[in-house]
Design a protein around this ligand. Structure first.
Ligand SMILES: Cc1ncc(C[n+]2csc(CCOP(=O)(O)OP(=O)(O)O)c2C)c(N)n1
Ligand SMILES: [Mg+2]
Length: 281
């Protein structure tokens, strides 16, 4: 397991991977990816019980992760490659024809680490609940994790799933939300306000934790607390405050970089702010 300093160094390389991947094909979603780089690094390099070398679709005996906001695939692909699911050289095929690294993840290409197609928002929690219930039926005590966007929470299916999970005591499930306050067209508060998210999840019967999703120490602590709350009859929700574009100054403080690619000069400026720690792909 990596320590905090090592995790921060990995996250810096993951951020470099993200901007380089999106720049190379001039398409993709850097904003949410950069904001979630610390979470993905913590999850894959410290929290998950997983064995990339023995990856299989069922994941019996391993923790599972489902990315519900599939548009932030660059951060996931980088972390999957950096943790050994496939060669980092494959990151340069992102969004190309016939690549296993499609803009929105799919299972069709058989990319190790991906167990669900996503991109159409709102579906991941339902899939994760099914997987969590299957683990219970199989006597498998490993956990199921998800990530959702805050804009994604405007999907009705999320709240059906939320009711179902609490009503059926799916307590081996840790869901997380990237609360960056932004979505594709603007600030969440301007598009469709979510109100008091903590109160909403509590009212739906969930155990709720809040953290700073760009503070590695806080993240690790909260993920540990979440794990300690499993098996007690309630599903768990972690609301993570993040900054869209975190780590690249001109990509922060607005929704502008939700889904656009940097040009050559912007790439150079971004890379100047992100230390190369593990070697570029
Ligand atoms: C069902 C569905 N409706 C609309 C979209 C289009 N869409 C893609 S990303 C996005 C914004 C989602 O906001 P959020 O989850 O907060 O992601 P962020 O912008 O923070 O990365 C939308 C509406 C979609 N992918 N799926
Ligand atoms: Mg958002």
């Amino acid at each position: 397991m990596a320590d905090t300093q090592e995790l921060q160094r990995i996250a810096s390389q993951v951020r470099r991977d993200i901007v380089r991947m999106v720049h190379a094909v001039q398409s993709g979603h850097p904003g949410g990816s950069l904001g979630c780089a610390d979470f993905f690094t913590a999850l894959y390099f410290h929290v998950l019980h997983h064995d990339p070398k023995r990856w299989n679709m069922d994941g019996t005996g391993q923790d599972l992760f489902f990315l519900s906001n599939g548009h932030i695939s660059p951060v996931w692909y980088s972390v999957l490659a950096r943790s050994g699911y496939f060669p980092t050289s494959e990151l340069s095929t992102f969004r190309k024809l016939n690549s296993r690294l499609q803009g929105h993840p799919t299972t069709h290409e058989g990319l190790p680490g991906v167990r669900m197609a996503s991109g159409s928002l709102g579906q991941g929690m339902s899939v994760a609940i099914g997987a969590a219930l299957a683990k219970k039926l199989n006597g498998d005590d490993r956990l199921v994790y998800t990530l959702h966007g805050d804009g994604e929470l405007q999907e009705g299916q999320i709240w059906e799933a939320a009711m179902y999970a609490a009503g059926n005591k799916v307590d081996n499930l840790i869901c997380t939300v990237d609360v960056n306050g932004r979505q594709i067209d603007g600030d969440v508060d301007d598009v469709l306000p979510l109100g008091d998210l903590k109160a909403k999840w509590i009212a739906f019967g969930w155990e709720v934790l809040e953290t700073d999703g760009n503070d590695m120490i806080a993240l690790l602590k909260t993920l540990e607390q979440a794990k300690a709350k499993t098996g007690k009859g309630k599903p768990i929700m972690i609301l993570m405050r993040t900054e869209m574009g975190q780590g690249v100054d001109f990509m922060m403080n607005s929704h502008a970089w939700h889904g656009i690619a940097p040009n050559d000069a912007q790439l150079a400026a971004a890379l100047g702010q992100l230390e190369e720690t593990l070697g570029d792909h």
